[in-house]
Every structure is written in structure tokens, then in C-alpha cells.
Design a protein around this ligand. Sequence first.
Ligand SMILES: Cc1ncc(COP(=O)(O)O)c(C=O)c1O
Length: 436
Amino acid sequence: MTISSEGTTLDPWYEQYASRTAGLSASEVRALFAVASRPEVVSLAGGMPAVSALPLPVIAASMERVMSTRGPAALQYGSGQGTPELREQILEVMALEGIRAGVDDVVVTTGSQQALDLVAKLFLDPGDVVLAESPSYVGAMGIFRSYQAEVAHIPMDADGMIPTALSERIASLRAAGRSIKMLYLIPNFQNPAGVTLSSERRLAIIDIARSEGILIIEDNPYGLLWFDRPAPAAMRSVEDDGIVYLGSFSKTLAPGFRVGWALAPHGIREKLVLAAEASILSPSSLNQMIISDYLAHADWKGQIDVFRGLYRERRDAMLEALEQHLPDLTWEVPNGGFYVWVGLTEGLDSKAMLPRAVKELVAYTPGTGFYADGQGRQHLRLAFCYPQPAEIREGIRRLATVVRGEQELLETFSATGPIPAVAYDPHVAAPPPNIG
Ligand SMILES: Cc1ncc(COP(=O)(O)O)c(C=O)c1O
């Protein structure tokens, strides 16, 4: 019997799992939720939206109205594609980012995460290649891995993915006989890098994908959460045949509803509905109806403005604290979304440093989770979405203590070898299971 780092002889079924489960491992982000939920830890790790800023009585009124006016329908199975009413309203939401589409083109899903899973299920065979930004969303890479596909990272800079690098990588993969199935992008306020793909590059990348016959997956949960100026028009607003667009109510309303959607060209959309029905029969009727009622009765655009203001304030608090306490590190200023991607000084290792950070009662996400190829030790992702500004400042102050300690250790031990690992103190925080 072989025992991998994920497997254990205590599980009697271990040898019977399908080979695709080899890619199923707890991500750093997931594991961190357990540690970071302790009240004494300032968590700059998870990307949890600030749901306490929602008008809870307004949402409660929507729930009450749905139950009292359409209760039996809300509690029944529904259409696999989603309710026509919500699909119509989703068109209004997407129009804010320049997208025009028909109500039949939309498929409501259980979060955009499920939409991505379904797209991957439709297209990916073992060994296929998915092109993605470098770094990319950990949850997407988990899906691609679970279909035994490989992620090829394409370099980014402050303006997002670099089109020439994309062309070169496509050519080299094709020369090696690889089958490239899709290009996965988060063009706005990228997770984790915080950068936004420029308008010019959107067009250049669409041209490349079109001429190479590669499907684009435009994942856009953060697009409406801009701070200083709106994001450029969605890629889907200039190209419809070659793009599957993914949207979500998780960041502009609440992730607890688990309602997202895919907007797909006709043929793909039909297959998506069949795959969704095979997987979950139908998305939650109740949650769709509550969201429809909220969109019809509440000032949802005003609420997005509230979120924008709140996240902008938190971003500013984080950047000011970084300037004050860690000016020797590097980052791009995110113009929206939830994240700052921080580059460490030479020799520091974000994964090795995490136990020391947790000991100092601050959590972040090590950069390694955002790469499929082992990169990322010199970066970490800080999320400013959830903690209050004062907590953010305190978290960065604690992080600075850790970074300074690491830098001193590095200077002391650089002549004698690597920095010794630090053991977790169980009285301070539980160890994340997958971070050694
Ligand atoms: C880039 C990206 N895509 C998709 C998702 C999944 O969102 P949802 O809650 O809609 O499933 C997230 C969540 O953090 C995300 O950051």
C-alpha cells in the first residue's frame, strides 16, 4: 500500500478512490479558515465579504415576502437553468459592465464556483492544458486539478496578463503536442494579484484566443467593486461566441445565498444546463426568489456603492499600514476587489513564515496556493475585505514584527544554512492541517 501525504491507512477505502481524487487536497486558504476564525487572530487570509454591512432587515423583508406570497413555489424544485425572473435581472446586473445578452443565454448556478466546475467538466480531459494568469485563483486551480488538467501560468504585470507571453506559451505548448482547452482569466481586481487587465490587452487577448480557437473563461465576481474608476468593459461585451462569462452575487450581495451564473454561447449553454441538471437537478428556488425580490425592492446599486466605500477605506488602511511598517516590501495598488499581493524581500518564504505569523496572531495566505507549479514562496496575499480598518492596521503591525524577525534570522543564519522551522504552539493556534 502506498501512502501519499494526503492518504492514510486509517481510511479503509483509500485504495479505491478514483485517480482524479489525487488532485483533491486541502488548499492553504481552506485550512486557514480554521486558524483564522479564532478571535485573537487578525485574519488577512480569507476573502470573506463584509456581510454585516448589508441591510439585514431589508433582506429579511424579502425572505418574508417570498414565503408569504410564493412559498410553495419557493420550496419546490425549479428549472435547471434558473428562474426566468432572476435571469432577466442578471441581464440588468451585467449591463452595468457593458454586457448585452438574452435571457436564454444565462444559466443560474450554485455560486460561480459551480459554473466553473461545470465548464471544466464539459471541456477538460486528463492531460488537457488550461492557460491561467500567474498567479491565479486557488479555487479554480482546484477544479482544473480535479479534472486532471494541467495549468500553464502566463505572466502578468500591473496591466494584467501579457499578450505576447500568452502567444509564446500557446506556441510552445502546441509545439509539444499539448491540447489547450481554455484560457481562464479574472480580468478585474484579480484574485490574488489585485491587478486589472487593461482595455487594450483585453482586445489583444480576445484576438489571440479567437485566432487560436481557445475558449476564454472570463471570471468576474469583483468587477462592480471598483474604488477609483470603473473597470474597463467586460471582455464579453466585445466578444460573445468565444467567451463563457461567470458572474456571482457572492461579493455584491452575499455568498451565503450561493447564487452565481454563467453566460455562455448557445451550444455550450445547452450542455451546461444538462450538466447542471445531472449534478444538482436545479439551483435553489428559494434563494433565487429571495435575490429576485431583493433586486426588485431594495436599492441594490446603492448597496454596491456602500460596499465600494467600505472596501476602499479598508484598502487604504492596509496600504497606509504597509507603507508605514513594511516599506521594503512590494505591491501593486488594487483599484477594487479584496486583495493586495505582496512581494517579500529576497530570501523570505511566505509558507515557512506562516506559523510564526500565526504565533504573532496574524494570518495571511501564502503565495504558493495560487500557483500550480510550486512558485509563490516570495509572495503572500492580504485580504482587506473583512477586518475593520483598525484591525487591519494592527494586523499589518504584527506582520511587520514577523517579517523583521525573519529578516534578522536570515541575516544571522544565511552563512550557516536555511532558517530552522518553528513548531506550532497549540496554545496559540491550531496548526493548519496542510501547512508544514
Ligand atoms: C475569482 C473567483 N472566482 C470565483 C469565486 C467563487 O465565488 P462564488 O461564491 O460565486 O462561488 C471566487 C470566490 O472567492 C473568486 O475569488
